[in-house]
Design a binder for this molecule. Structure first.
Ligand SMILES: [Fe+2]
Length: 485
C-alpha cells in the first residue's frame, strides 16, 4: 500500500512527507483520500500529515462549491453541422450583470476584505504557514510567528533593508526584510497579500522576516490530454479605427482562417480587449484615428468579423480602449455594441474565467501590467510573460490600488486568481508571448496595430499580427505569424 501511494504521488511529481504517507497508510479510505488530494487544484506544494488529516475529514474535495456557471447563449446562426461537436463556452466568473458598487469607502473596505479572506484561505494550505495566527495574537506569542497580511506600504531603509507595513483584519505590524534575503523576498508591491514567517524584535516593535510566502500556484498544472479536437486562437488589441490598424495583416489572417487546412481545427477565438481604438484614450490620439466615432469603429470591426468563418465561436472582452467603464472589473460591452455582431459572439467582462471544452481559461486585458512594470525592478511591458508569472505567484491580476489601473469598489474582488487556470491570456502590451508557469499556459496575444506615436515616445515596440494558438485536446501551443506576406 505504502509503495502504491508513493508511486501515485511520484507519477504526478508531488512531494509527500513521510509522516503523511504513514497517516495515509493507516487510513480506512486511503486511496479515496489520495484521489481527493490529486483532484484538488489548490492542493499544497508538499503534502503533510496535517494535509492528509484535512483531506480525510473533508472528503470529497471535489464537491467544493463552485459558482453556478452561466451558459453562453446558443447561436441562432452558424449552427454546427451534424458531424461537428457542438461548441461549448461556459462563463465561470465575470462581473457582467453583478456589479454592486456605489463607490463609497465601505465598498472599498469590502473589496479589500474579500481579497484578504480569499488569499488567506489559499495561503492557509501552505505547510510553511501551518499554525498561523492573527497579528494581534502573534504580538502576544512573540517567538516564531506566522501570519498573513496585506501590504499597506513598502519602503527601503537607509541601510538598504526593506520595511513592510502589513495589516490583517484587526491589527498592523512593521515587517523587516533584511537586505540580501533570499529570492522572492525582494519585490513587494502595495496591496498584495502574503504570509510572513518570522520572529519579533527584542523591543516587540517589529517582526524580522525569515520567510515570505506568496499564495502561488501549485506545481504541475500541465494539461493532460482530454480528447478535444478543437483549437483556440487568441486575438487581442485589434484597435479598429486607429490609423495604425494593419488591414493587410488582418486580411492575411482571415484568408488563412478560411483556406488553410490547419485553420479548420480552430473552433474558438478569444479576444482579450481593445477591440477598437476608442476615442480620447491618450493625448493626441485624435491625430492617429482613421475613424473618429467609436460606434463607427465597432461597426467596422463587426464588418471585419463577418469574414471569420461562421463555424468559429468568438469571445469578446473589453480593454481600456473600449466603450465601457475603465475601472476594473469591466462589464461586457453594452447592447448598443453587442447588437452589431451575430450571436456566435459571446460578450464577457474583463477579467473573465471561462471554460471551453473542459479547459479553464482566465482572460484579462492586462492594464495592470503597467503598474507591475512600474513597481517591480527589472519588469517591463516588453516581457509580459514575466509579469504574468508575478500575477500568478500573487494570485492577483491587479493588486495595486491608486496607480494606473482604476479599481471599482465591488464587494467581491473579481481580480483574485481564485482558481488555477489551464490557460492565462492577456493583451494590452501588444507583444506576442507563449510560455508556461508551473504548467499554466501563459499567452500575450499580440495586436493588429503598428507602433503609435504614443508608444514610440515610451520605447514600446509592438509585435503585431501574431496569433497564439492552443490545441485544447493536447495542450500544444504555437504561434501563426501574419506580420508579413
Ligand atoms: Fe491595446
Amino acid at each position: 500500500m505504502k509503495k502504491r501511494i508513493l508511486k501515485v504521488f511520484q507519477d504526478k511529481g508531488i512531494l509527500v512527507d513521510p509522516d503523511a504517507i504513514d497517516e495515509l497508510t493507516g487510513a480506512k479510505d486511503a486511496m479515496k483520500c489520495v484521489d481527493a488530494i490529486l483532484s484538488d487544484p489548490e492542493r499544497p506544494l508538499v503534502v503533510t500529515k496535517a494535509d492528509v488529516q484535512h483531506y480525510l475529514t473533508c472528503q470529497p474535495v471535489k464537491t467544493r462549491a463552485k459558482p453556478r456557471p452561466k451558459v453562453a447563449p446558443e447561436p441562432k446562426t452558424a449552427l454546427p453541422t451534424s458531424e461537428e461537436k457542438p461548441a461549448e463556452i461556459r462563463i465561470l466568473k465575470d462581473i457582467t450583470g453583478d456589479s454592486t458598487c456605489v463607490g463609497n469607502v465601505i465598498d472599498f473596505a469590502k473589496l479589500f476584505n474579500d481579497r484578504f479572506q480569499t488569499l488567506k484561505k489559499i495561503l492557509a494550505r501552505r505547510r510553511e504557514l501551518a499554525g498561523m495566527m492573527s497579528i494581534d495574537r502573534a504580538r502576544k506569542i512573540r517567538k516564531d510567528v506566522r501570519f498573513v497580511g496585506i501590504v499597506n506600504d513598502s519602503r527601503t531603509t537607509k541601510n538598504g533593508h526593506t520595511m513592510l507595513d502589513v495589516e490583517d483584519e484587526d491589527d498592523r505590524i512593521q515587517v523587516l526584510i533584511m537586505k540580501g534575503s533570499k529570492k522572492g523576498m525582494d519585490a513587494f508591491i502595495k496591496d498584495e497579500v502574503l504570509g510572513i514567517v518570522g520572529s519579533f524584535s527584542k523591543d516587540g516593535e517589529l517582526v524580522v522576516a525569515k520567510e515570505v510566502i506568496r499564495p502561488e500556484v501549485p506545481m504541475n498544472n500541465a494539461m493532460a490530454p482530454n480528447g478535444s479536437n478543437a483549437i483556440v486562437a487568441f486575438v487581442s488589441d485589434v484597435h479598429v479605427g486607429s490609423s495604425e490598424f494593419l488591414p493587410d495583416a488582418w486580411n492575411r489572417f482571415v484568408t488563412w482562417l478560411n483556406k488553410d487546412t490547419l485553420a479548420k481545427g480552430i473552433a474558438y477565438i478569444v479576444m482579450p480587449g481593445d477591440l477598437v481604438d476608442g476615442i480620447g484614450i491618450y493625448p493626441g490620439q485624435e491625430d492617429e484615428l482613421s475613424i473618429e466615432d467609436v460606434y463607427e469603429q465597432y461597426q467596422e470591426f463587426a464588418r471585419l468579423v463577418t469574414a471569420i468563418p461562421q463555424r468559429i465561436k468568438i469571445v469578446m472582452m473589453p480593454g481600456n480602449h473600449d466603450a465601457v467603464r475603465l475601472a476594473e472589473p469591466q462589464p461586457a460591452l453594452p447592447k448598443e455594441v453587442s447588437s452589431m455582431f451575430d450571436t456566435r459572439v459571446t460578450f464577457v467582462g474583463n477579467p473573465c474565467y471561462m471554460e471551453i471544452e473542459g479547459r479553464t481559461i482566465l482572460a484579462y486585458h492586462g492594464r495592470s501590467m503597467d503598474d507591475f512594470a512600474g513597481n517591480i525592478p527589472n519588469m517591463s511591458q516588453m516581457r509580459p510573460g514575466e509579469i504574468m508569472r508575478e500575477m500568478l505567484r500573487r494570485r492577483h491580476l491587479a493588486p495595486i490600488y491608486g496607480d494606473r489601473t482604476a479599481l471599482a469598489p465591488e464587494q467581491k474582488d473579481y481580480l483574485v486568481i481564485d482558481r488555477v487556470p489551464d490557460i492565462f491570456v492577456t493583451g494590452h502590451v501588444h507583444r506576442c508571448t507563449v510560455g508556461e508557469y508551473r504548467g499554466v499556459k501563459i499567452i500575450n496575444a499580440s495586436a493588429w496595430q503598428g507602433q503609435t506615436e504614443y508608444q514610440r515616445m515610451r520605447n514600446q515596440v509592438p509585435e503585431p499580427a501574431r496569433v497564439p494558438m492552443v490545441d485544447l485536446g493536447t495542450g500544444d501551443t504555437w504561434v501563426e505569424d501574419f506580420s508579413s506576406s
